[in-house]
Write a protein that binds this ligand. Structure first.
Ligand code: DC
Length: 234
């Protein structure tokens, strides 16, 4: 008698870490699209919480208050069929608001609080258990998914990272200066990599890629080839 066997498909996790401006989110989004995986922008979760903290006038030195806020805040990440990503904060679409300079200025202070990270870690693992996905962040390969199927660490020269962030911000924010972007990246690099809890660090088994002189398409191709183990067409 033929028995019905429910095939259990193993979920695949691709982790992409690295500093701001190294091209992680653009590359991760395209990679997820090519592989038909879910894209999870973990930085957007810290950004959304930072927006709520600013709105509530929370002092960023008060870790306990930020942790309390994290516990009662709903953050949803939606992958739209046209490839766009929507970030919902307690149901409100904040996709554009969370990219503004005032959020970038404080997000590392939110993300360094251990209680906030613990809350986000649980949520990120839960999201990653639902489908095969590409996650980008700072601690995906080291803490969130240490057993990820593939890990990448994207990096680029500081000046090139500033150039990319400046170009991106100029499209939406009026009067954003090179100096402001430089200061923001330097500040975030310092806090993100020196914090005690889950600092930005390359996992031992991550593949390091310097994207300074690479195009986005070229970087996606390198990642795909590493994942599939064979050459791919553009
Ligand atoms: O990737 P991003 O620039 O949007 O991330 C915003 C901030 O969130 C970043 O400066 C550090 C923090 N972050 C983190 O600590 N851990 C992650 N997994 C993702 C982001």
């Amino acid at each position: 008698m033929a028995s019905k066997v429910k095939a259990k498909v193993r979920k695949i996790i691709i982790a992409i870490d690295g500093p701001a401006g190294a091209g992680k989110s653009t590359v991760a989004k395209l990679l997820a699209k090519r592989m038909k995986f879910l894209y999870i922008d973990t930085g957007a979760m810290y950004r959304a919480l930072t927006l709520k903290a600013i709105r509530k006038g929370i002092n960023f030195a008060q870790g306990r208050q930020l942790t309390g806020l994290a516990k009662k805040t709903r953050i949803d990440l939606e992958n739209k069929s046209d490839g766009a990503i929507r970030v919902l904060l307690d149901g409100e679409d904040v996709s554009l608001d969370i990219r503004k300079p005032n959020i970038s200025r404080f997000v590392s202070d939110t993300a360094k609080v251990p209680g906030v990270r613990k809350e986000m870690l649980t949520r990120q693992r839960e999201l990653g258990s639902k489908a095969s996905c590409v996650l980008d962040g700072r601690d995906i390969g080291t803490v969130v998914f240490p057993y990820a199927d593939k890990k990448f660490f994207l990096d680029a020269d500081f000046k090139e990272r500033v150039r990319r962030r400046h170009k991106e911000l100029k499209e939406t924010v009026q009067g954003v200066s090179w100096e402001d972007v430089e200061k923001d990246l330097r500040n975030r690099d310092t806090i993100d990599s020196s914090r005690k809890c889950a600092p930005l660090k390359q996992a031992k088994d991550a593949i390091y890629i310097d994207t300074t002189e690479m195009t986005i398409e070229g970087t996606v191709k390198v990642l795909l080839e590493n994942i599939l183990g064979s050459s791919v067409d553009n």
